[in-house]
Design a protein around this ligand. Structure first.
Ligand code: NI
Ligand code: MN
Length: 228
């Protein structure tokens, strides 16, 4: 499994030759100015919630690639109204088998509205179970006891992508506890540094995980990781 980081909460993950793209927000992110949006491959787009810092580039990339967009029912309806019609509506608790594997939508404790104010349904996290392994993309969320359900209802996680920037989501200390809740010691951090509110001390964040014998990976924007 190849993971490419496009900044903030945007990740491209290749599974069995299929390109998944999570939470596309690139054009509005000064830290990601060197990412060429036009060349990002996308077969399946997964959107955790409607906030602009997760959906800003969704319409343009979906129209360029013709990808299938997996998102909350309300976001599916909103995208359909914009002419993005290859969508798959889901909601918290549901799962579905796609070409690349099974997507299970799990609880995210956050809010969700679209950039024009339209109600966007529940925010969600995703657990992706594929032939190349299982992982959890948390979206924007607080630390929540619901995370304890994930090891009970999903296969063991190879890694998890968790927000660590505080202010709008949990911070890295809470993310250490989240890693315990989900029984996963390899965490990729996201949702930090993009704005003034969420700037973090990288060294302190990595040490907080090390102190609990866990690994926090802070990928560089445009960089690639390999798993499995
Ligand atoms: Ni948000
Ligand atoms: Mn956000």
């Amino acid at each position: 499994m190849t993971i490419k980081y496009y900044g903030h909460s945007c990740f491209g993950i290749e599974i069995d030759g299929k390109h998944l793209l999570f939470d596309p927000f690139i054009s509005g992110n000064g830290l990601a100015k060197d990412v060429d949006i036009e060349s990002i491959p996308c077969d399946f787009m997964l959107i955790s919630h409607g906030h602009a810092d997760h959906i800003a580039d969704a319409e343009a990339i979906a129209k360029r690639t013709g990808c299938k967009v997996i998102c909350a029912f309300e976001i599916h309806t909103w995208l359909n109204g914009k002419g993005v019609t290859n969508t798959h509506p889901m909601n918290t608790g549901g799962s579905w088998n796609f070409d690349f594997g099974r997507v299970k939508c799990v609880v995210a404790h956050h809010s969700s509205s679209l950039p024009d104010g339209t109600y966007a349904g529940n925010p969600m996290g995703f657990v992706i179970d594929s032939t190349e392994g299982c992982f959890y993309f948390a979206g924007d969320t607080a630390l929540t006891l619901d995370m304890q359900l994930i090891p009970m209802i999903c296969p063991p996680l190879g890694f998890a992508i968790l927000p660590i920037g505080s202010n709008f989501t949990m911070d890295y200390n809470d993310a250490v506890i989240a890693a315990d809740f989900i029984h996963c010691d390899t965490i990729i951090g996201c949702h930090y540094d993009t704005f003034g509110y969420i700037k973090i001390d990288h060294e302190a964040a990595v040490k907080a995980f090390e102190a609990e014998n866990k690994e926090l990976i802070l990928p560089s924007i445009g960089g690639e990781l390999q798993f499995g």
